[in-house]
Write a protein that binds this ligand. Structure first.
Ligand code: GLU
Length: 369
């Protein structure tokens, strides 16, 4: 049913929640992937576990609780992790290729397209790309930070039709199943709303970085880009084969009907918003209901320092994000023209980049659906 699948494997899936890697289970996951590759499907992994692998390889050293220690562990562990995957896929005569990313690698559109071409080339040669964050060198500011969001970015970049988030839970529940015996698995989510976010808010699994909250963010991003998303248990028998075949398993988030066009996918996946533009009710309506560009006249407040060409988050008075887009004016310029009619831009600045602060073609609406 699905052809190009990104599979996110959380640390807890690879270790079974212990300090050690469950190599037998990794072989089992590789077997399922290999089966699909042999059927002509394209499999991309996003594997966590670098830091855990570093710890295991160095025999659980006592290190100071610093970022440098984590980076040391990631440097050792990433090669260990790849060694394991390389070995396990070799059993099935499949090659793997490592791609390490940080957010800054995809912020620049050229590098984003370049990464996309590499994935495409690997897949064309039947090689399984294995992504992780480049933890050994990434600083907090340039990190994606968790592999749920990283895997969504990969799914968007690779234009995957399924993002399978494997974790230690069977999916999303109506309540925390560890404390509430009446919690029910939610088989399908059509709308990601505040109630659902609140449900996911508190649950963080043992070893990994992400919890259900980051999974929900990832699911939201990927489905907006046209990718179906499934959250399921990595330990469930044949989970990858079943999900890939379209069997009901875990919690499924169907892709929104109108996927984003390419350039807009990048706006969603790549750049971090450097600033915030708060808009009035008229502008909110124009953006959400009428599909218009954002004009300076509708902007009430500007936060942050940014340049023309940077990504900004567009919010209503209550602070809710409505849209994200590339601004045609820098923050200093916008502070001068906010609230004014576009005909006055040239008079105020002495030049103009056009009537829109954020043009419709450079914007994705996130405030509805
Ligand atoms: N990149 C981290 C690692 O490999 C994992 C981050 C995550 O699990 O979200 O150790």
């Amino acid at each position: 049913m699905y052809r190009r699948i990104v599979i996110k494997l959380g640390t807890s899936v690879l270790t079974g929640g212990t300090p050690h890697f469950d190599q037998a289970h990794m072989v089992e996951l590789a077997r399922q992937c290999a089966h699909l590759v042999k059927q002509g499907k394209e499999i991309i992994l996003c594997s966590s576990g670098a830091i855990a692998a570093g710890r295991e390889r160095l025999n659980f050293p006592s290190l100071p609780p610093t970022i440098t220690s984590k980076q040391l562990l990631a440097a050792v562990g990433q090669s260990r992790l790849m060694l394991l995957w390389e070995r396990f896929f070799e059993i099935y005569a499949i090659h793997v290729g490592q791609i390490l990313l940080t957010r800054s690698d995809v912020q620049d559109r050229r590098r984003f397209l370049n990464a996309r071409d590499t994935v495409q080339a690997l897949l064309e040669h039947g090689i399984v790309p294995i992504f992780n964050e480049n933890d050994a060198v990434a600083t907090e500011e340039i990190k994606v930070g968790d592999n749920d969001n990283l895997s969504a970015l990969v799914a968007i970049l690779a234009e995957a039709d399924l993002l399978l988030l494997l974790t230690d839970q069977p999916g999303l529940f109506t309540a925390d199943p560890r404390v509430n015996p009446n919690a029910q698995l939610i088989p399908e989510v059509q709308t990601i709303d505040e109630t659902l976010r609140a449900l996911a808010g508190g649950s963080v699994s043992g070893l990994g970085v992400g919890g259900m909250a980051t999974k929900l963010q990832a699911a939201d991003a990927a489905r907006r880009a046209g990718t179906d998303v499934i959250i399921a248990a990595g330990q469930a028998p044949d989970v990858i084969l079943r999900a890939a075949g379209g069997e009901p398993i875990g919690t499924r988030f169907p892709a929104l009907e109108t996927p984003l066009e390419n350039r807009k996918r990048w706006i969603y996946a790549g750049p971090k918003a450097n600033g915030r533009l708060f808009v009035d009710a008229g502008a909110e309506r124009a953006l959400l209901a009428n599909g218009r560009s954002l004009l300076p006249a509708g902007i009430t407040q500007i936060e942050g320092v940014f340049q023309r060409g940077d990504t900004v988050s567009i919010r209503n008075a209550a602070g809710k994000e409505l849209a994200r887009g590339i601004t045609r004016y820098g923050s200093d310029e916008l502070r001068r023209i906010a609230g004014r009619h576009s005909d006055l831009i040239a008079a105020e600045l002495g030049y103009t980049y056009g009537p829109a602060a954020v043009h419709r073609n450079d914007m994705i609406v996130v405030g509805s659906g």
